[in-house]
Unconditional design. Structure first.
Length: 297
């Protein structure tokens, strides 16, 4: 049975159509799932070592094994000092493999996942955000946004906490940051994010810093969110955000001088007199005016 997808014209799309309209999103999900299967959700990382920001083999070779740690006193002091120095040297140079020309490693950690819930939630958010942005941007521009946020978030995470990390969450927060900034500065039916979703992701961003969820790539989350938001701001300005802000100032000036409502939401009937900060938009499909909370998709 085919499942419908929303189209630009308001109709439905089948799964076959989705492979065309959401090509990059589905490829990202497919590669992530394949990598998760190969690595057995992170338990066999040696099979996907080429995807880490830097190879983990070199580090594992100099780290002490469980057997050696159990017989710590039998290890010569000189060997302990040598290995600690080697470990410190490796950790201080997270970009060593990039400098060797393995530039793909700045991107590929997004395909690594460590646990079933890790990949399930990341794929869920990628599907939600990816469909919205790839439909509007088309595949190449959407891919550019993904690569930009992946490179910045992965690189920042590697230099802060080391190279043993992975996940699509840095990219997902980048897509979220883009949508949040774009919809705030220049709202458009093509760039809409649910307020509840935005609140939940912002709360989750803070909760991850508490340590209650275990090791989390917090730096990747923050840098991804900031980099995506930056692109969203630029896109909004290019789309006419300055003119929108100017009209908003003119509207508020007119509101102070008028006793009559200039705008009214077709869904909730609220006007600018109910809330001076309420924003109204005309939907291109029906020509009716809506407040931000009830702007149709």
């Amino acid at each position: 049975m085919s499942h419908p997808f929303p189209s630009r014209s308001g109709g439905n799309r089948t799964w076959r159509d989705a492979t065309h309209y959401y090509t990059v999103t589905m490829i990202l999900m497919g590669v992530s799932i394949i990598v998760a299967a190969l690595s057995q959700l992170g338990s066999k990382t040696e099979k996907v070592d080429v995807l880490f920001f830097s190879s983990q083999h070199e580090l594992k070779e100099v780290m002490f094994t469980e057997e050696e740690l159990a017989n710590w006193q039998s290890i010569p002091q000189a060997e302990i000092l040598l290995r600690n120095a080697q470990i410190e040297e490796i950790l201080e140079h997270p970009a060593r493999d990039l400098q060797k020309g393995q530039v793909w490693r700045a991107v590929t950690p997004m395909f690594l996942h460590f646990g079933i819930m890790h990949i399930v939630f990341n794929m869920m958010w990628l599907w939600d955000f990816g469909r919205v942005l790839e439909t509007r941007f088309r595949s190449l521009r959407f891919l550019a946004l993904v690569l930009f946020t992946a490179i910045l978030s992965n690189t920042a995470q590697a230099f802060v906490s080391g190279t043993n990390f992975g996940g699509m969450s840095g990219v997902n927060y980048g897509l979220f940051g883009f949508l949040l900034a774009r919809s705030k500065l220049h709202p458009d039916p093509g760039f809409v994010i649910n307020r509840q979703t935005a609140t939940m992701l912002l709360i989750w961003l803070v909760v991850c810093f508490t340590g209650l969820l275990g090791p989390v790539a917090n730096t990747a989350h923050v840098v991804g969110f900031a980099s995506g938001g930056l692109v969203g701001i630029v896109n909004a300005l290019q789309g006419g955000a300055w003119a929108l802000l100017k009209r908003k100032r003119q509207f508020r000036s007119a509101l102070r001088k008028s006793d009559h409502a200039l705008h009214q939401c077709a869904t909730c009937s609220r006007t600018e007199h109910d809330d001076p900060d309420l924003e109204f938009y005309v939907h291109p499909n029906d020509g009716k005016e809506y407040c931000r909370d009830h702007l149709p998709m």
